[in-house]
Design a protein around this ligand. Structure first.
Ligand SMILES: *[C@@H]1O[C@H](CO)[C@@H](O)[C@H](O)[C@H]1NC(C)=O
Length: 377
């Protein structure tokens, strides 16, 4: 028996709704790094032993736990210094890091991974690995990580929990912000999802403020609604409609004051869940030549945009569900004068920014002959 599968009604929804599942954001490695508690510094042992050196070093108070691998910076003439959470290197200088272990693997800022133009080298020695980055620029600013590898024979795995991270600022006296190729960046503000304005400075000493273009004003950064992190930029924790617009950061250091790239923040209401369509055929069994209607209904959040398939009758209504306004979207597939091969499974798929779901129903077609049969005698 040949079953024909008829797909219809792809409803593409654009969202507009309160989005309650904000905890789903993936932990970004940077965030993790920052979570290293500042209070956990071990005074004395190992930490804070900074040797005077040419590239200025600003070490965070904490050092990775003693049992762990640690990073050292090789400064001129074979001097070493232990590296803390952050490090500042003059742009133009060569960066050389050492990490105990054999083998070790390095992770570098995305920009360098894509295109280091041969400036980046890693070398594995018997007891440690080195990373050497030549002709550094402000754009190299970011997180560098060394992972000691765990090997069984020739099969090696990264030991993620033992990774040692350092955020390195490559300070450029002329560039307070990490340069960006774009004049402006478009950023989606999703309901209840933290949004980052990645205006990354090249010096931890820069003072950074947030500004709105129209009307021109400084945006209040209270640390709760909006917070600032020197390694990341500004975070809007629970975006609202009023955060939308054109924003930019201003950094000042000494006599220098510079503006960042502009960020066009566009607010997007996110649905709480994928839509749940319901499907119903006008009849489970239909006789050839009659008309069939298959109705797909989705009750969901407001602001739905539908992509209309052919031969459908569409309607959108606002209905009350549990005292809330919901949008009822209905698409009816019209099959005029059903033929034998119109039998099969009819599926309706509804989609929004949270995903898509389908509903199906099966329709049998009776041939006209079959139905007239009983009348024959
Ligand atoms: C660093 O820059 C100098 C001068 O422009 C150049 O000669 C040298 O090849 C560069 N080094 C690397 C490793 O790219």
């Amino acid at each position: 028996m040949k079953w024909r599968v008829v797909l219809f009604a792809l409803l593409a929804f654009l969202l507009i709704i309160q989005f309650g599942m904000c905890q789903k954001t993936e932990p970004d490695p940077k965030t993790k790094a920052e979570k290293k508690p500042n209070g956990k510094s071990k005074s004395g042992k190992g930490s804070g032993k900074i040797l005077a050196s040419k590239p200025k070093v600003k070490t965070g108070p904490e050092t990775p736990t003693e049992a762990q691998t640690y990073l050292t910076q090789v400064v001129n003439k074979g001097r070493f210094q232990k590296v803390g959470n952050t490090l500042t290197v003059q742009a133009g200088d060569t960066l050389e890091l050492r990490c105990k272990g054999n083998p070790v693997q390095w992770a570098v800022p995305a920009y360098l991974e894509e295109d280091d133009e041969g400036r980046l080298r890693t070398v594995q020695h018997e007891r440690y690995g080195t990373l050497i980055l030549a002709n550094t620029t402000a754009a190299d600013t970011g997180e560098f990580t060394c992972y000691p590898m765990y090997c069984e024979d020739k099969d090696c795995r990264k030991q993620y929990d033992k990774g040692v991270k350092v955020f390195i600022f490559f300070s450029d006296p002329l560039e307070l912000f990490v340069p960006s190729a774009d004049y402006y960046e478009i950023i989606q503000l999703r309901t209840n999802w933290p949004t980052v304005l990645p205006c990354q400075v090249t010096s931890p000493l820069a003072k950074v403020t947030l500004h709105r273009e129209f009307p021109p004003m400084e945006v209040k950064v209270d640390g709760r609604e909006i917070s600032f992190d020197i390694k990341k930029g500004f975070t809007i924790h629970r975006p609202k409609q009023y955060h939308a617009g054109s924003l930019y950061c201003v950094a000042s250091l000494g006599n220098l004051r510079q503006s960042s790239t502009k960020y066009m923040l566009i607010y997007v209401n996110y649905p709480a869940a994928p839509p749940s369509p319901a499907i119903q055929a006008s009849s489970d069994t239909i006789v050839v030549g009659k008309n069939l209607q298959v109705t797909c209904t989705v009750i969901g959040e407001k602001g739905v945009v539908i992509e209309r398939p052919m031969h459908t009758d569409d309607s959108v209504q606002i209905v009350q569900v549990d005292g809330q306004n919901r949008q009822r979207t209905q698409t009816i597939l019209l099959v005029d004068e059903v033929r034998e091969d119109d039998h099969g499974t009819y599926t309706c798929t509804a989609q929004n920014l949270q995903g898509s779901r389908s509903a199906s129903t099966t329709v049998k077609v009776q041939s006209a002959r079959t139905t007239t049969k009983p009348k024959k005698p």
